[in-house]
Every structure is written in structure tokens, then in C-alpha cells.
Design a protein around this ligand. Structure first.
Ligand SMILES: *[C@@H]1O[C@H](CO)[C@@H](O)[C@H](O)[C@H]1NC(C)=O
Ligand SMILES: *[C@@H]1O[C@H](CO)[C@@H](O)[C@H](O)[C@H]1NC(C)=O
Ligand SMILES: *[C@@H]1O[C@H](CO)[C@@H](O)[C@H](O)[C@H]1NC(C)=O
Length: 434
């Protein structure tokens, strides 16, 4: 009897404890997740490898990063936009007449890594351009809120009016771009070219160089969609039917269900998902029945963003089409694992899905290639690479400026303050000094 009592007691005791634990867990998950800003990392100084890129004519002066609070700043502050643009070193005036007269449009699709996004945006941001940001519908609430907060500080920067739940290699990825394109087509800003980026990209060219490249004689009236006739090894992508598992991945339908040929006798091309398109071409994409039919046909294909743009850009009557463009157009520096020894001499960071996450020793290759953008960066694994490229890029941007430089545009301060005032030449004629 007493033994029974004992068992009963421990049972009740266990029940009690369980209830307490469960309630605790319930309350914890019910509570709105507080925005816990990460501890601001101590300001890293530039690595020795980096210093070679930041060297300038005046000896004895060193760049000291003064900015190491990007993410916590956005999460923390009761945000006042005038403070934000200053404290995060956004450039607030066009840096040259040439850039002002050729505004660019950007589509940026993001889903994580707030720090990277803020640094990407401030690197490509210019007040004459226009920016459509597509945040993945499955991104955490607080991430979405932070991006919205940041974007609301700029008149020329907005969130896409529709958000997709993006799956890798899925139609949703293409739809995200199209959502932004619809918004950008309505923009009052007279943008000349639109480029698309993802959150792990970073610019190599300055805005001035982007304008000069895309408005060069070769490209002014042409779309850049590097790609070729679909190789046989890729034909399954559009000959078999696929379906998208929402927010996850893409799988074959059945045991290899066949698809019909592309509409309008279109020959399918294969290329990169990244482009630089003219405004007239974007209107064509949004209005032409051919573009519409190809889009419908692409819904059950694999990775349609890698055939859609390049296929349309091979239609003779499409505005700015480039029938024999091949791989021309240096949009992105990427180190593919299987190109090792051919286009590059190995990844100095690490490979993820056969693409290099850059380390600081990859910078000489990136800078030497001088593509429009480089991909990919991670701020937690190889932070020095991004720190270095960012600083190198900002120096170049400010050096090319033909207007006086605001002190808040500097990302780093110089150890020798006596020389800092004369470093950035604020008089005209400083173009292309880098
Ligand atoms: C700072 O710069 C001045 C002149 O540009 C130079 O004479 C001086 O030695 C420098 N000081 C340091 C600490 O580098
Ligand atoms: C904005 O900056 C001003 C001047 O630096 C400062 O006094 C003010 O407290 C800042 N506001 C916020 C909300 O941080
Ligand atoms: C700034 O530019 C002017 C005129 O182009 C030039 O004479 C001067 O030497 C430059 N100063 C520096 C510090 O580069």
C-alpha cells in the first residue's frame, strides 16, 4: 500500500513537472520573438593581404574600419532615416553628370543575412537609380521587418508588390524577378538598364563603370543574357515535366513525364539567370504574347530562369536582342569548382554547392577580372574578404566622383588625419584615377 502511495506520488510529481515544462515551452514560443541584435563585433582591422589593395600614394597612412555595426544598427535603433543614411554611409548625391543621366534599375532577391544585404545595398545605392527588393515570403518576420525599415528610408527603393516563396531552381525564382519588373516598368525614374542580384553578390565595378559598360557602344541597345543553345546535357530540364515543392525544391513529375516543344517554334537556349536588360525589352517581356506563352510553358520546367531570358533574347524581333551573343557580357565573376585550372586557380575560401565562397586571397582574381559583380560572399565565414572588397570598392567610387565628397560617405577613417582631407580629390577631372 505504501509502495502504491509512493508510485502515485511520483506519478503526480512527474505530471506536475511535465505540465510546468510544457507551459514554459508554450509561453516561450507564444512570446513574440524579441529582436535580439547580435553583439556588435569588435571592429576588425583590414587583413595584411588586404592592405595591398588599399594602398595609396601617401605612405604611412592606414585605413581603419570605423563601421562594424551594420546589422545591430538596423535592428537596434529607433530608426530615424536621416541618421541612418549618415551612420551607414549611404551616398546621397549623384557622383557625376554621366551617372545622373543614365539611371539604373536593380532587382535584388534576398532571404537571409541582413548584414550582407545592407552592405550590398549601400555599395550599389545611388540616389538617381531605382531598387526593387524581393524578400522571400518564407524569410523570418523580423528579417522582413528590418528590410522594410531600411528600404523605407529611400524614395527610390521599394519592396516588390508581390512576394514569392522561392524554391531553388524553381519557377518561383523567375516569378520573383518578374514581380519586380512589373513594378519597375511603372517607375517614373527613367532607368536605362535593369540588372538582377542576389543577397550574396557584391559589386566589383563602381556605379560609373557599370553605366559606362552597359551604355558602351557594344551594349547600349542590347540585352546581356550570356548563354548558348541548350546543350544535350541540359535538355531534360525542358523536355521532362517538373513540379515545385513550395519553398523547398523541384522534383520530376512521375517517372519522366514528357513535355511538348516550346511554343512558337522557339529554340531553347541555356545560360545564366543574371542579366542586364533594356527597358524596351522588359516591356516586351511583360506584354508580348510570345513571352507570355514561353512563361506559361516554363512553369513545369527545371530552373526556368536559366532559359527564359536567354531564349527571349534570341528572338530576332525582341528589342535589343542579341542573336549571336554567346557567353558575351561579363556580369558575374564566379569560381565554379569544375573550372578550376581553366578560368581560375582554385578557391581560397571554400566551395559550397561547387561555387566558391570567396576568401580574402580570392580578391586579386576578382579585382583583376573586373566583372560587374562577384558571387558569392558570406559575412560569417570569410568576413575579411567582404570587408576588403567593400573598402576597395568604396575608395574607387569616391575617387571617381566629380562632386565634393561628404565625410559620411567614407566607410573607414585614416590613421593619419592630416592627409585624409586631401585624399579624395573633390575637384572635377578626377575620373578614372583608379
Ligand atoms: C601624417 O602625415 C604627415 C604628412 O602627410 C606626415 O608628416 C606624418 O609623419 C604622418 N604621421 C603619421 C603618424 O603617419
Ligand atoms: C540622430 O542623430 C542626432 C545627431 O547626431 C542625435 O542627436 C539623435 O539622438 C539621433 N537620433 C536617434 C534616434 O538616434
Ligand atoms: C586634385 O585634382 C587637381 C586637378 O585635377 C590636381 O591638380 C591635384 O593635384 C589633385 N590632388 C590630389 C591630392 O590628387
Amino acid at each position: 500500500m505504501r509502495q502504491l502511495e509512493g508510485t502515485k506520488c511520483s506519478f503526480v510529481f512527474c505530471m506536475g513537472i511535465s505540465i510546468i515544462i510544457c507551459s514554459f515551452i508554450y509561453l516561450r514560443t507564444r512570446m513574440p520573438t524579441e529582436l535580439k541584435p547580435p553583439q556588435p563585433p569588435s571592429c576588425r582591422s583590414f587583413s595584411n593581404e588586404c592592405k595591398a589593395f588599399l594602398a595609396d600614394t601617401e605612405k604611412g597612412a592606414e585605413w581603419i574600419p570605423s563601421d562594424c555595426k551594420v546589422e545591430s544598427y538596423i535592428l537596434n535603433s529607433r530608426l530615424q532615416c536621416s541618421n541612418l543614411t549618415r551612420d551607414l554611409h549611404f551616398i546621397t548625391r549623384p557622383l557625376s553628370r554621366e551617372e545622373e543621366e543614365s539611371p539604373l534599375a536593380f532587382i535584388v532577391t534576398v532571404h537571409k543575412e541582413l548584414e550582407l544585404f545592407v552592405r550590398l545595398l549601400r555599395a550599389i545605392y545611388m540616389p538617381q537609380n531605382v531598387y526593387c527588393i524581393h524578400v522571400d515570403a518564407k524569410a523570418p518576420r523580423d528579417y522582413q521587418a528590418a528590410v522594410r525599415k531600411l528600404v523605407s528610408c529611400f524614395q527610390n527603393t521599394f519592396l516588390s508588390s508581390r512576394s514569392e516563396t522561392v524554391a531553388y531552381a524553381g519557377f518561383s525564382r523567375l516569378q520573383a524577378d518578374l514581380n519586380c519588373m512589373k513594378d519597375l516598368a511603372k517607375s517614373k525614374i527613367g532607368w536605362r538598364k535593369v540588372v538582377n542580384l542576389c543577397g550574396q553578390d557584391f559589386p566589383v565595378m563602381s556605379n560609373l563603370q557599370l553605366v559606362q559598360y552597359m551604355q558602351s557602344k557594344e551594349w547600349r541597345d542590347r540585352n546581356m543574357t550570356p548563354g548558348v543553345k541548350q546543350p544535350v546535357s541540359m535538355s531534360h530540364r525542358t523536355q521532362l515535366q517538373y513540379r515545385e515543392i513550395v519553398g523547398s525544391h523541384v522534383a520530376q513529375k512521375g517517372l519522366g513525364l514528357k513535355k511538348g516543344p516550346a511554343p512558337h517554334n522557339l529554340k531553347v537556349y541555356f545560360g545564366t539567370a543574371y542579366y542586364a536588360l533594356t527597358r524596351a525589352f522588359v516591356d516586351f517581356v511583360l506584354k508580348s504574347p510570345i513571352a507570355h506563352d514561353l512563361l506559361e510553358w516554363s512553369k513545369d520546367t527545371f530552373s526556368p530562369d536559366e532559359h527564359y531570358w536567354v531564349t527571349l533574347n534570341h528572338i530576332k524581333d525582341a528589342p535589343g536582342s542579341h542573336i549571336d551573343g554567346g557567353w558575351a557580357g561579363d556580369i558575374r565573376a564566379i569560381k565554379w569548382r569544375d573550372h578550376e585550372g581553366r578560368t581560375h586557380n582554385g578557391c581560397k575560401g571554400r566551395y559550397v554547392r561547387d561555387i566558391c565562397i570567396y576568401g580574402v586571397d580570392d580578391l586579386p582574381w576578382i579585382i583583376n577580372r573586373n566583372s560587374m559583380f562577384a558571387n558569392k560572399f558570406e559575412s560569417n565565414t570569410f568576413p575579411e574578404a567582404l570587408d576588403c572588397l567593400e573598402q576597395w570598392h568604396r575608395n574607387k567610387v569616391l575617387n571617381q566622383a566629380t562632386v565634393p565628397i561628404e565625410p559620411s560617405w567614407l566607410l573607414a577613417t585614416r590613421s593619419n588625419s592630416s592627409s585624409s582631407s586631401s585624399y579624395f580629390n573633390s575637384s572635377a577631372g578626377a575620373l578614372n584615377r583608379c
